[in-house]
Design a protein around this ligand. Structure first.
Ligand SMILES: [Ca+2]
Ligand SMILES: [Ca+2]
Ligand SMILES: [Ca+2]
Length: 198
């Protein structure tokens, strides 16, 4: 996963622990949430809070979260060119044995999920939030595609490309009060695939 000059390590060790990360929406860092307590010693949770913003228009993008088997990332456009250039990255693993919870709060937030290593809850909060479970890629996500060591992840070859798992462990999605969209490409069980959720 490489090193980063702004890295914070969190390890509350044995017993039940709750780790909370409030993202900033700008800049980049790595937070390592690696609880070294035994897997049967308590329940450990990770909660990631997005920004609670009030969008000025329907086009104003809120938080963009990327969820994989080894990290949650908030993608930031610090340059303001409508391209993501820096990342707030929270590494986690299966030692988060209770739940990974990501809350978008206010704003038109987007969630892209390629895989998970913990039972997961996504809560969009207020705003027109979008959730996509599984993404299509042009090639396997390995070193040949310049994916960093340790960040490789499984895909399934389909007629349209290489599809990420979407989820390995159960996930619950809460859309909030206004119309949301859920696009599910995953083959790992999506009872509401392609349907709007409320
Ligand atoms: Ca613990
Ligand atoms: Ca938000
Ligand atoms: Ca939201």
């Amino acid at each position: 996963m490489g090193s980063h000059p702004y890295t914070l390590k969190l390890d509350a060790q044995g017993g039940s622990d709750t780790y909370v990360v409030n993202v900033s929406g700008t800049g980049e860092y790595i937070v390592n949430v690696f609880d070294t307590g035994a897997q049967d010693d308590g329940v450990d949770s990770l909660i990631v809070h997005g920004l609670d913003t009030v969008p000025a228009s329907d086009d104003e993008l809120g938080d963009t979260f990327l969820v994989r088997h080894n990290f949650v990332a908030l993608l930031n456009d610090d340059v303001g060119d409508s391209a993501f250039d820096v990342v707030e990255r929270i590494n986690y693993d299966e030692n988060i044995n209770a739940r990974l919870r990501i809350e978008g709060h206010g704003g038109h937030d987007n969630f892209f999920i390629d895989d998970n290593a913990s039972i997961t809850t996504l809560d969009g909060g207020f705003g027109n939030d979008f959730f996509q479970v599984g993404q299509m890629f042009g090639s396997p996500r390995d070193a040949a595609a310049s994916v960093a060591p340790g960040d490789e992840f499984d895909t399934i070859e389909t007629t349209r490309g290489f599809l990420s798992n979407g989820i390995t462990l159960p996930m619950v999605v809460y859309g909030g009060r206004r119309p949301r969209r859920l696009l599910c490409l995953s083959q790992q069980g999506c009872p509401q695939a392609g349907r709007r959720i409320r």
